[in-house]
Write a protein that binds this ligand. Sequence first.
Ligand SMILES: [Zn+2]
Ligand SMILES: [Zn+2]
Length: 176
Amino acid sequence: MGNKRKINLNTLPLIQNKQHHKTHTNFHFRPTGIKIVGGENDKQECKECHKILLLTAFTTHTPRSDGAYYLRKICRECHTIIYREQVAARKNAPPRPDRCDCCHKDMKLEVDHIHGTTKVRGWICRNCNSGTGALGDTLEGVLQAAIYLEHDIEKIIETLHKVYGEIFARINEKKF
Ligand SMILES: [Zn+2]
Ligand SMILES: [Zn+2]
C-alpha cells in the first residue's frame, strides 16, 4: 500500500494508471459518516477569503465515483454569505431575458450577482457564470486570459471591436 503511492503515475501504462485511479486511496470520513476526498488533516485555500483552512471548514460538493465527496472551493462561511446575497439578488432581479447576457446563446439562465452586494449583474448561463467566476469576475482576469490566448495586442483590440459590433448588431436586430 505504502509503496503504491510513490509510483509516478505519468510513467505507468494507461490501463495500470486507470486501475490505480479507481482505488481512490485519498479519503477520510466525517463524524457524520460522510466520505470526503482528501486526508483528515489536509488544508485548502478558500477561493473567496483566501484563508488556508482545514477541510472541515468546507461543505460537500459532488461525489466522486467511489462515493467520496469533493469539497467546495469556497469555505462554509463564505458560501453562506454568498448564498444569502444570491437569494436577495434573485428577489430584485429584472425579468429573465431570452438569451444569456454574456454569450447571447439560448441557454438555461441563472442570476449573476456582484459578490459582496445583492446587486444583480445579469442573467447568464452556467458556462459563462463559472467561466467568468474562474477568471475572478474582473476585467483584469478576462484580459489576462485574452493576452494568454493572443499575444498580439493589435489583434486583441481588432477582435474586441468585432465582437462588440456583433453583440450590438444582434441586440438591435431583436429590437426592431
Ligand atoms: Zn472563505
Ligand atoms: Zn452564456
